[in-house]
Each structure stands twice: as C-alpha cells, then as structure tokens.
Design a protein around this ligand. Structure first.
Ligand SMILES: Nc1nc2c(ncn2[C@@H]2O[C@H](COP(=O)(O)OP(=O)(O)OP(=O)(O)O)[C@@H](O)[C@H]2O)c(=O)[nH]1
Length: 614
C-alpha cells in the first residue's frame, strides 16, 4: 500500500495500526504512532501554564527594574499574551546579564562615610540597630540591596543641625526651651519621610521607601513606647516582617488590614495607659494634699512634700524627676542619720531618769535605815544605866550621822550631775529636731543665696555630663567672679556685700533657662552649668547676664550699685571631670579679669576640645 501522505490518511492508518498492534488507544500512543507513520518528529509537549506562572513568581524582584519587568511578565501571562510575555522575559534576562558585579568596596566606603555623618532622626544607636537588622539578611544579594537602601536612607536625611559632625560647631537655638521629653525621646524618633523617600523617586522606589519606613517604625520606633506591652512589640515586629516581604498588591492589602487592626489596638492601649497615669497622679496629689492628716509631725517632711507638689503641678520632665529623686534620697539619708542620733539621745535621757529614780530610792532606803538606827540608839540611851554606856552609843550616833551626811552629799552631787546631763540631752534633742527640719531644705543649697552649694554643683555636673554624653549634645560651664567685691565690702559693709551676693544670684537665676544651674562655688565666685549649649551660646548667655545686671541695680539702702562680674566659659570635652573643666574656666576668667574686668572670655583650648564636647 502506498504511503499515506495527507493527514486524514495518516490518521486512519494510525487507528488501524493501533488496533493491529493491540496498543492501548491513549492520546500519547496515538501521537507517537501518528508521527511514526507520517515520518515526522513530535512537537515538544506544551508547558503547562501553571508551571510558567510559578516560574514567573519565583523570579527575584530585588531591584526596581526587575520588579517592573516581572510585573510585566505577570500581566502578559494573565492576559495570555505570549508575545508580551516573551518580550518581558527577554528583557528580564537581559537585566540579569547586564548586572554589574556588586561594588562592595564602594558600598563599604559609603557606609563608613554615612556612619560618621549626622543625619536628622538617625542617632548612632538607631543607625547601629538598623545596620544590625540589615546584616541579618539571608544571602549576599539581599544584604547588598538592603545595605544600599539603608545608606540611601541615611544619605537622603537632612543634616541634623543639633548634632555637629566632627569639626563643626553645633548651632543650637539661643534658648533651647525644648522640653526634655522631646530630647530624651529623640533617639528612637521616626525618620522624616524625606529620610527614606526622595520626592523625585520613581513610584516603585517610593513604595519601597514607604514599606521600609513602615517596617522601621514598627520595628524600632514603636517598641520604645511600648515597653510595658511586650505582646504589642512582638506583633509590631511581625507586621514589620510582613511589610518587608509584601511585594504585590494582594500582600500589601493584607498588611494594610493588619496595620489598621494594630492601630486600633494601639489607640486603646494608649487610652488605658493615659488613664492609669492620670489615676496615679491624682492619687499622689491626694496624698500630698492630705499628708498632714497622715503623719503626726510633718515638719521634717516639709521640703520633700513641697518638691513633690512642684513636680505634680508642672508637666514633668525626666530631668525634673531625676533631680527630685536625687534630692529626696539625699534628704532621706540625712534624716535617717539624724533620727538615729535623736533616738540615741532620747534613750540616754530615759536611762538617766531611771538612774535618778534608783538613786532616790536607795537614798530613801539609807535614810530609812539611818532613822531606824537612830531610834534604836535613842532607846538604848534611855535604858543606859551609866555614862560609859552612853559614850559608846554616842560614838555610834556620830558615825551613822557622818555616814548619812556623806551619802547625802554624794547623792546631791550625783543628782545635780544627772540633772545637768538630762538638760544637755534635752538640748541635743531639740537641736536634732531643728536639724531634721532644716535637712529638708538645706542639704545641697548655699544658705545665703539659695543657689546650689559645691556639693550640689558636683552632683548636677555629674548628671549633666552623663546626659550630654548619652544624647551627644554639648555641655558648657561658666565660672564668674564679682568684680571689686572687696571694695564693695570695705566701703558699704559686709552685710551689704552679702545682700549683693543674694541680688546677683537672684538676677542670674531669673535670667537662665530652667535647665541651667547656678551654684555658689565659694566667696564671690559662682558656677553656671549650661546643658545642651554650644560654647558660643554660653558666651552669649553670660554677656546677656552681664547686661541684665547693669539694668537691674542693686540697692544698698538708697544707693544704686552696679554689680559687674568677669567670667570664663568653656565646653566640657568627653570624659572630663568637673575639676578639669573648672580649671579651664578659671583660667579664662582670670584672663577676663586681666583684660579689664566685666568681660567674658571663651576658653580657646575648650574650642578644640569642644569638637567632641559632650
Ligand atoms: N560680704 C561677703 N564678702 C565675702 C564673702 N565671701 C568672700 N567675701 C569677700 O570677697 C572679697 C574678695 O576679694 P578679692 O578676692 O580681692 O576680689 P575682688 O575685690 O572682687 O577683686 P577682683 O576679683 O580682682 O575684681 C574678700 O574681701 C572676701 O572677704 C561673703 O560671703 N560675704
């Protein structure tokens, strides 16, 4: 038979052969036999669509370009547009081959540069945290891309004007009236939108940036405010992860839902927290208002109560609370010592009184037995028959009388000594009571001017230095010395000199910010601690104080007296103790005196040290 040539003949022959060869008539057997008869090659089996889609989904979308091409491929497959799908796939493959090798050297150099930089919203702690997270990437490509994104975020953040890079003098506003809370919480603050998303970025980059921003906020910012709600912290972290891996619209929609739910829970939690805070504050107020009903003698607590009332009446700042707790602890310590002395003195008084009563009792006993013996002598004398018997009895009477006289004298001396000791003890108890009352107010303050004394100054300096270091902000110290104070004392009297010191402290305190501290360093020398202040601003502050002192006269009776001072200001360099800083300020103050008084001199050395002045 002639070879079948047209398709219907081949098909017929194929069916015949299947029957003759007793081959099961499956589509595969039919196809194989058909090609055998036609002498053709079977076409490659069509690839199932599901399989193609799966491959498309697995394509890495780790750059904006690859994301765009992969999306085009998805769309072409959805629309069953094979031509468009092929084109998208070709371009995708070309993007892979065109990829430059990752320039790790450049990336690391940029990392070093950006690490040193001072970007708004990116404190060192926050940088370290985000870097650690990026370093957790599972493969080098992801690591490279994430690191790139992170550095782009750092690089796009505006320069932080309050945190100088090395070599810059930071420019702070003249009166940094910023509440402390804001400063303390600056570290975990969310980066500004501009820090992650440039306005001219393409939409894909914008979405990437926004996703990263949401993830960072959930991961690093929120936990700082949710310390008491660990379950919310772990949910926030889960959402951060979900946000990072949400690459298509559906996944983003899921994240959106989670975020909405989470925001609602946050709202409820915040409302509960604020209710608790308000409740506690009310409780404290109630306690403070009624303290006199609760304790028998509230005199010793006067200072502490006043301070606590001050705190609850004003909006509290960490600095205020820190200061108050330090002062409370100190007064509590001093008072516990005084109370110990007081109870010792009271015990002594009690013992003395007991001794006094014992002595009286034994004296009464001796006089009682003397009385008995005298009675027996009298009876013996009455019964005596001759004078020799009476002489013997008289000797006995004399001896007993002398003994009782000696004993009476001794008792009198003892009693008057005991009385004196009791009076002394009473006096001591009185003075301890007074000290207890004063301890509440005077522990850290100079009694004449009410400003801090040296001890108070040292404590404030240590606290401010630590704070400045922690927040990487400058800290300045000024030493001022009243000009020609000896002359003022000599011409107007020592009392007027004292009044002048009080006047100066009042004017200075009234013209400083609440966070600044004035301390009397000794004699007519004062120290001012200026937190979060650059050297230049510190100098300006001192000049302003000088002006203020010439404006607000000191009145010595009817006489107007202008008080001036010379000052040295310096910035604290990292790690410096108060002695080192004050020695520098003192040298500058000396220079101010030498160059004509009523001046402020900035310490030159500190300017260099001030590069790291925190
Ligand atoms: N009234 C009064 N005088 C004090 C007090 N402490 C120190 N002084 C006096 O302050 C004076 C300081 O004198 P000096 O050290 O010569 O300084 P000055 O006269 O101000 O001279 P310059 O510092 O060079 O301007 C001394 O006479 C001290 O007795 C105080 O608490 N009250």
């Amino acid at each position: 038979m002639a070879e079948p040539t047209n398709p219907s003949e081949i098909a017929r022959e194929t069916l015949r052969q299947l029957a003759m060869r007793r081959t099961p008539p499956t589509p595969e057997n039919y196809l194989r036999l058909y090609h055998e008869i036609a002498g053709t090659q079977p076409a490659a089996a069509p690839v199932p669509e599901r399989f193609v889609r799966r491959i498309a989904q697995q394509l890495p979308r780790d750059t904006a370009e690859r994301q765009r091409l992969a999306r085009q491929l998805d769309q072409a497959l959805n629309e069953a547009d094979t031509g468009a799908a092929e084109r998208a796939l070709d371009q995708y493959m070309a993007s892979l081959s065109a990829e430059k090798p990752q320039a790790w050297n450049e990336l690391i150099a940029t990392l070093l540069r950006q690490w040193e930089g001072r970007q708004l919203g990116w404190t060192s702690a926050r940088k370290r945290e985000s870097l650690e997270r990026v370093l957790g990437a599972s493969d080098p490509n992801t690591l490279y891309t994430r690191l790139q994104a992170l550095l782009r975020a750092w690089g796009q953040a505006p320069v932080d004007p309050e945190r100088p890079a090395s070599g810059d003098t930071p420019e702070l506003p003249e009166q940094t009236e910023q509440p402390l809370q804001a400063t303390a919480r600056a570290a975990p603050a969310a980066p500004t939108t501009g820090a992650l998303i440039a306005a001219d970025a393409d939409p894909t980059e914008l979405i990437d940036g926004l996703r990263e921003l949401i993830a960072l906020t959930m991961e690093s910012v929120l936990p700082a405010f949710l310390a008491e709600h660990p379950e919310l912290i772990s949910d926030a972290r889960l959402i951060a992860n979900a946000t990072r891996s949400a690459t298509d619209a559906r996944a983003l929609a899921v994240v959106g839902k989670q975020l909405r739910k989470f925001a609602h829970r946050l709202e409820l939690t915040a409302a509960d927290d604020s209710e608790v805070r308000a409740g506690l504050l009310d409780l404290l107020k109630l306690l403070l208002e009624n303290i006199d009903q609760l304790v028998i003698d509230d005199q010793w607590l006067g200072g502490q109560i006043e301070m606590l009332r001050d705190i609850v009446d004003k909006p509290a700042t960490p600095r205020l609370i820190d200061d108050a707790s330090r002062r409370l602890k100190e007064v509590i310590y001093k008072q516990s010592q005084l109370k110990h002395n007081l109870s010792q003195a009271q015990l002594m008084l009690k013992e003395m009184l007991a001794g006094f009563v014992d002595q009286l009792a034994s004296f009464a006993e001796s006089t009682g037995s003397y009385h008995d013996r005298m009675g027996s002598c009298a009876r013996k004398i009455a019964a005596a028959r001759d004078i020799s018997e009476i002489g013997h009895l008289l000797d006995e009477v004399m001896t007993e009388t002398r003994n009782i006289q000696i004993q009476a004298e001794r008792s009198r001396d003892d009693l008057s000594a005991t009385r004196q000791r009791a009076l002394d003890a009473e006096k001591r108890i009185d003075s301890l009571h007074k000290e207890l009352e004063e301890a509440s107010h005077l522990v850290r303050h100079d009694q004449l001017t009410g400003s801090l004394n040296r001890r108070g100054l040292e404590e404030v300096f240590i606290r401010e230095a630590a704070r400045a270091q922690r927040h990487e902000v400058p800290l300045c110290v000024a030493l001022l010395d009243i000009d020609n104070f000896k002359k003022l004392n000599d011409t107007l009297g020592h009392q007027t000199g004292d009044d002048a010191l009080v006047h100066l402290s009042r004017v200075v305190r009234e013209n400083l910010r609440p966070q600044d501290t004035l301390a009397r360093y000794g004699g007519e020398e004062f120290v001012i601690i200026l937190p979060e202040t650059t050297l230049e601003q510190a100098e300006q502050t001192l000049v302003r104080l000088q002006r203020e002192l010439t404006r607000v006269f000191f009145m010595a009776g009817e006489q107007r007296v202008v008080i001036t001072f010379s000052a040295g200001v310096t910035a604290r360099a990292q790690g410096e103790t108060i002695d080192v800083v004050l020695a520098r300020a003192d040298a500058a103050m000396y220079e101010a005196k030498q160059s004509g008084k009523n001046r402020v001199v900035r310490c030159k050395i500190a300017q260099e040290a001030g590069n790291e002045a925190f």
